[in-house]
Design a protein around this ligand. Structure first.
Ligand SMILES: C[S@@+](CC[C@H](N)C(=O)[O-])C[C@H]1O[C@@H](n2cnc3c(N)ncnc32)[C@H](O)[C@@H]1O
Length: 394
């Protein structure tokens, strides 16, 4: 026993193993060279943007203007570097997370077309357990996003003589209207919420919550009357909220344009959805006394699990990153000689801790206000948006 202990301490405290350790590491490095990976899928629409030669579609001064709206972190491909040891841990973690999703949430065997029909089918199937599944997969964070929308609606009411009209786009099972009712009662304000969704099954669950104001509508056709769908007039709402709604829509710019029309002047629009990881702002977490930054973990999981499995296969979702940069470029001419656009009030991207407290789910929030803009400003924004959309939106 004593001899064994002695030998163990000798080996542990001496350099005797170092050559062997070095040899093993050399061998591993040879077998599995460190990976410089371009996370192409993570960029999704942004990949196209990074390849976009602005000079081919825009004059020089417009190119300078375009770059003001599109930060470098979404134009350049996301590169991450990991060696064999990190690669192994990432692989194990990814396999474990994927297994959990497949076993407990049963996603589709492959991503569909992600068009309106496909997304509708996903929600037909998932409506029944939607609330439960979202609470579990987000570790309850969904409550905070929805309550943020509800607080915003109530505060808008307080700032506007105690009463507002709010449109909750892609309302799903009506959780935002439910929280809005509760918060507005606490603040003694009146918030008249219209919860709009495309999917009948989701709306049926919302209506069971004994709230009024749920309507079937198409977020891409907010002002155009269509059989079986509601339509609204210009300048109808004081606020519009859309929490995890834009990723299921293939023509997001149409939604933004409709929101701009139905909002009253100075009206507010809140949108929350997924955003590709930003390595410089990566998530951080405690690890046995250290405080670790996790850019590689985040990018790897986003690329290998979140996008293909959780978003595309489970929820019929896309990478919504570019939506946060296209939205402020959308404009509209009211036909009375006035142009309208959005003014960004808040933009925030943060890696949320949905899975086992790991900061691997980057979510963005944007709050914009409808403001009058000059014809020149509208023209400049339109030019950039059209140039970008030629490559991506259509
Ligand atoms: C992730 S879910 C709902 C999110 C909901 N806001 C929440 O917080 O739980 C997305 C919803 O968007 C709806 N949707 C998809 N495309 C739509 C469209 N074109 N118009 C309106 N709703 C749509 C789906 O039916 C689904 O209920």
């Amino acid at each position: 026993m004593k001899i064994g202990r002695f030998l163990f301490d000798l080996i542990r405290n001496s350099d005797i193993l170092n050559p062997a350790r070095r040899a093993i590491v050399r061998l591993l490095k040879k077998q599995f060279p460190g990976k410089e990976s371009h996370m192409a899928n993570v960029l999704n629409q942004s990949t196209v943007f990074s390849e976009l030669r602005f000079s081919q579609v825009l004059a020089e001064e417009d190119e300078v203007e375009a770059k003001k709206h599109l930060p470098e972190y979404i134009l350049s491909p996301l590169s991450v570097h990991y060696g064999p040891v990190k690669g192994f841990f990432l692989f194990v973690l990814r396999t474990f997370l994927s297994l959990l999703v497949v076993v407990f949430l049963r996603p589709r065997s492959r991503a569909g077309e992600l068009d309106q029909k496909d997304v509708d089918k996903v929600y037909d199937k998932r409506a029944k357990h939607y609330d439960r599944d979202h609470h579990i997969t987000t570790r309850g964070m969904d409550l905070s996003f929805r309550k943020m929308a509800a607080w915003l609606a109530a505060i808008l009411a307080r700032n506007r003589n105690g009463s507002v009209k709010i449109l909750d786009l892609c309302t799903g099972t009506g959780e935002i209207p439910r929280h809005t009712k509760c918060i507005s009662e606490l603040l003694h304000v009146t918030v008249d919420v219209t919860g709009l969704d495309y999917n009948e099954h989701m709306l049926a669950i919302a209506r069971r919550k004994r709230l009024n104001g749920f309507v079937r509508g198409d977020a891409t056709e907010l002002t155009t009357p269509k059989e079986g769908f509601v339509a609204f007039g210009e300048n109808t709402f004081d606020g519009v909220t859309q929490v995890f709604g834009i990723g299921g829509i293939s023509e997001p710019v149409k939604v933004f344009r409709g929101v701009l029309e139905v909002l009253k002047p100075r009206g507010t629009y809140l949108m929350i959805d997924m955003h590709r990881p930003i390595p410089e702002l990566s998530g951080e977490m405690p690890f046995f006394g250290w405080w670790l930054k996790t850019p590689v973990l985040e990018a790897y999981i986003y690329e290998k699990t979140t996008l293909p499995l959780v978003l595309e296969r489970l929820w019929g979702w896309r990478d919504t990153t570019m939506c946060f940069y296209l939205l402020p470029l959308v404009t509209y001419d009211d036909g009375l000689g006035q142009c309208w656009g959005f003014e960004t009030q808040i933009l925030e991207v943060e890696s949320h801790r949905w899975w086992f407290g790991l900061p691997i789910m980057p979510v963005a929030k944007i709050v914009v206000k409808k403001v009058a803009i000059s014809t020149e400003e509208a023209k400049a924004r339109k030019k950039i948006l059209q140039a970008l959309c030629q490559q991506t939106c259509e």
